[in-house]
Design a protein around this ligand. Structure first.
Ligand code: THU
Length: 139
């Protein structure tokens, strides 16, 4: 799965976003180490805080299906009704969820807009000094 292919999947996922409050639509496409893709979109809520980001939707769908090993994720987000014109970086909560399931040294986060710009970083670059399962020292 090339980054370009994965970005297209994230764009498709973005079409499913439920965003009656922010009107900011995000799509994510997550690839497992075995090559399966899980899509996610942001799902908002009238009470605001229960909103789930696209990245977490993708992770939770995958984890529910039994997946535990992940290679990379592509994220595309921007105001509804148009192509994304800026890069959309995962929020802190989503980075922390990635920390639970991914090797920060190797897991790649690919951000793309709708005009061909993209940026790729490891989870460690996006979340330096992250706290993960290893830090608890009891597993
Ligand atoms: N959002 C995501 O889904 N992923 C991100 O990477 C950043 C923000 C969502 C949450 C909310 O529905 C909307 O974008 C505006 O914050």
């Amino acid at each position: 799965m090339t980054n370009e292919e994965l970005i297209l999947e994230a764009k498709k996922a973005r079409e499913h976003a439920y965003t009656p409050y922010s009107h900011f639509q995000v799509g994510a496409a997550l690839v497992t180490k075995s090559g399966k893709i899980y899509h996610g979109c942001n799902i908002e809520n009238a009470a605001y805080t229960p909103t789930n980001c696209a990245e977490r939707t993708a992770f939770f769908r995958a984890v529910y299906e039994g997946e535990r090993e992940f290679e990379k994720i592509a994220v595309v987000g921007g105001p509804e009704g148009s192509e994304a014109d800026e890069l959309c970086a995962p929020c802190g909560v989503c980075r922390q969820v990635m920390m639970e399931f991914c090797d920060p040294e190797t897991f790649q986060i690919i951000l793309a807009d709708g005009k061909g710009k993209c940026l790729e970083r490891t989870l460690k670059e996006m979340l330096p000094f992250g706290f993960g399962p290893e830090n608890l020292g009891n597993n």
